[in-house]
Design a protein around this ligand. Structure first.
Ligand code: ADP
Ligand code: ZN
Length: 626
């Protein structure tokens, strides 16, 4: 029993976090850990993994040591814990020695439920010695895929975490990650000595995220339209590959009145932190970032993730898009791409200094990424299949399901495109090849004598944009390869032979350039949880009150330099504005209100609700007198 009298996982869930029921797997995992067993869990972002070690940390005597690579976020994680009344601290390189000493003392005196540490620190001799002086009840290894080279965030320090099992044989361990294919999973288990752990692999599906992939033609305009049409005033992340591009895109968005901020590793730490805080604390800020941003970002109300470049792997893509809609409300993953992106990716892989085996895997992963983009199947089915899961029917919530696609027999077009590359020597890029196919009177073509080839002008039945699509699909199908040693020229691969000789058909996807989707599926998100509450039966969410509560929350957050959602989630405020509790006891019944927060903030919000009710009653009276 802990100090508040909580005896069971359920007591902790309600008393600290204010939640009524466990999500799938949480309770089993918690009980397993309480019984002293190891656990390995792959559960999607936002599924509530952290709770699986936070609850035992409260119930078990001693400290739960949480290993996390997310140094920049430890402060927020610790603050979130303190807000619900859990004793937490962190140790990393950002802490002053005096503060670190205090945290260590607290741990020694048994006054710490949770201790967050960075892996590089954990594995130092001094620190391991310190760990021997405190009572540890549990090790939680977060972002466990970092231990695997086959994952996408390999961190060498993680490899050493394997020794924990030998050093602390009696302490249960839980490894957690949101993305790991089968290969990576095996690797994690082996490297961390988790052979005896029970596995919890929850479905990776994120049904509230709608996936869309479109062809890039004018990326700035496309992005601006997307934000304006579908997500005005909402929080989102825009991912770009290079630092320069983040600056350029953010500048462009700001010129168009979208409050955009940049984040990349080239910014100094203060600027990065400032931008991150603005993004976390404000409702409608947009972060334009390289992949340096986002790991461990817990903001629950990110409504969209926009990719202006192809991510390297589907693991990256799924993790990045998974940052949208953690609150379960509708959210969008939107990406535009072109052949140029493929060339850039290939270049990155070729230039990487990894072993051949590593490169080969990277290529395989890039193929999967391209396959996803060019596939004519439900996006979600393709994604889940990649991670080894099955979705029985099409999802109904991706661009393919919503817009449908048309395929046509593209064998002839494919043959023309392939021949064109072949006849011109397999060393030209897509623009040149299209000019040849269209029979353009370009000087360059004449100089090479390519205007005398049989392929010159044989493709006039298609537009340049359509040829572009044909070439993209040929590259995605690996019939053509971008040859980086030859300035990005397109080269034939052996795979294309059956199509060239007419033995196999080539099905082409027809693209309809930039046809807008109806807003319906994404629209509900625009009005936030208030909208969800509005539609829930006879109860009505009082929007005006909801806004006032948000303002009050903002003030409370600002005074403590905290992200707003650490005080209460939108869904909790919407609960207040729907059920209008008039006592602390009434507030307790609303999801997200635990004892500590009730004590800290209950009165403030209660007063606002009461005032609102008084005003409205008054209004009714006045109307009655008219
Ligand atoms: P993950 O670590 O899997 O990405 P988190 O642990 O950050 O997810 O949880 C996502 C959100 O869901 C958090 O705001 C958390 O408080 C909330 N949450 C977790 N478990 C529950 C539950 N049983 N009921 C309601 N909300 C929950
Ligand atoms: Zn679908």
């Amino acid at each position: 029993m802990d100090k508040t009298g909580a005896r069971t996982p359920h007591d902790v869930l309600k008393g600290y976090f204010g939640y009524d029921s466990f999500r799938p797997y949480q309770e089993e995992i918690i009980n397993d850990l309480l019984d002293g067993n190891d656990v390995f869990t792959v559960m999607h972002t936002g599924s509530g993994k952290s709770l699986c070690y936070q609850v035992p940390a409260v119930l078990l005597p001693g400290t739960c040591v949480v290993v996390s690579p997310l140094i920049a976020l430890m402060q927020d994680q610790v603050e979130s814990m303190r807000q619900v009344g859990i004793q937490a601290g962190f140790l990393n390189s950002m802490l002053l020695p005096q503060d670190a000493f205090e945290i260590e003392q607290a741990a020694r005196n048994g006054g710490l439920d949770l201790l967050y540490v960075a892996p590089e620190r954990l594995m130092t001799e001094g620190f391991l010695a310190f760990l021997k002086t405190i009572k540890i009840c549990l090790f939680a290894i977060d972002e466990a895929h970092c231990v695997s080279q086959w994952g996408h965030d390999f961190r060498p320090e993680y490899l050493q975490l394997g020794v924990l099992s030998g050093m602390f044989p009696d302490v249960p361990r839980i490894a957690l990650t949101a993305t790991a294919d089968e290969f990576t999973r095996k690797d994690i288990i082996e490297k961390l000595n988790l052979e005896k752990a029970r596995h919890f692999l929850s479905g990776l599906d994120r049904p509230n995220i709608s996936y869309t992939v479109d062809v890039k033609n004018n990326e700035k305009k496309q992005l601006l339209n997307f934000i304006r049409d579908r997500h005005p005033g909402e929080s989102g992340i825009v991912y770009c590959t290079t630092r320069n591009k983040t600056e350029e895109i953010a500048g462009f968005l700001r010129e168009n009145d979208v409050p955009a901020y940049v984040y990349h590793a080239g910014l100094d730490r203060d600027t990065r932190l400032r931008h991150q805080n603005i993004f976390l604390q404000n409702d409608g800020a947009v972060m334009v970032a390289t992949i340096a941003f986002g790991m461990g970002i817990n903001k629950p109300d990110i409504r969209y993730i926009a990719h202006l470049n192809l991510p390297k792997t589907l693991e990256n893509y799924y993790q990045e898009t998974g940052r949208a809609g953690r609150d379960g409300e509708p959210a969008e993953a939107w990406m535009i791409y072109g052949l140029q992106d493929v060339a850039v990716l290939q270049q990155m892989i070729d230039a990487s200094r990894g072993e051949e085996e590593f490169k080969r895997i990277q290529y395989r992963k890039m193929d999967a990424m391209l396959g996803y983009c060019e596939s004519g199947h439900c996006r979600r089915q393709v994604l889940l299949a990649y991670f080894g899961e099955r979705l029985d029917g099409p999802c109904g919530n991706c661009d393919i399901c919503i817009k449908g696609i048309e395929t046509v027999d593209g064998t002839l077009a494919a043959q023309k495109a392939l021949s064109c590359s072949f006849r011109t020597g397999q060393r030209f890029g897509v623009n040149y090849l299209i000019d040849v196919l269209l029979g353009k009177p370009a000087e360059r073509i004449r100089n090479f004598g390519h205007d005398r080839l049989s392929v010159y002008g044989i493709g006039k039945e298609l537009s340049a944009a359509e040829w572009r699509s044909v070439f993209r699909q040929l590259v995605a199908a690996r019939f053509l390869k971008v040859d980086m040693e030859n300035k990005g020229g397109l080269r034939l691969t052996s795979k294309c032979r059956p199509v060239l000789t007419g033995k196999e058909k080539f099905l082409l996807r027809k693209y309809r350039v930039a046809d807008a989707r109806p807003r319906e599926s994404g629209k509900r998100a625009a009005s936030g949880p208030g909208a969800a509450a509005r539609s829930s039966g006879p109860h009505v969410c009082h929007e005006e009150l909801f806004e006032r509560l948000k303002t009050a929350r903002y003030e409370l957050a600002r005074k403590q330099s905290l992200p707003a959602y650490v005080i209460f989630h939108n869904s909790t405020l919407a609960g207040f504005a729907t059920f209008l509790p008039d006592s602390l006891a009434g507030m307790r019944s609303i999801t997200g209100v635990g004892e500590t927060k009730l004590e800290k903030y209950g009165e403030v919000f209660l007063e606002i609700i009461r005032e609102y009710k008084r005003e409205k009653d008054l209004a009714v009276l006045q109307r009655g007198e008219d």
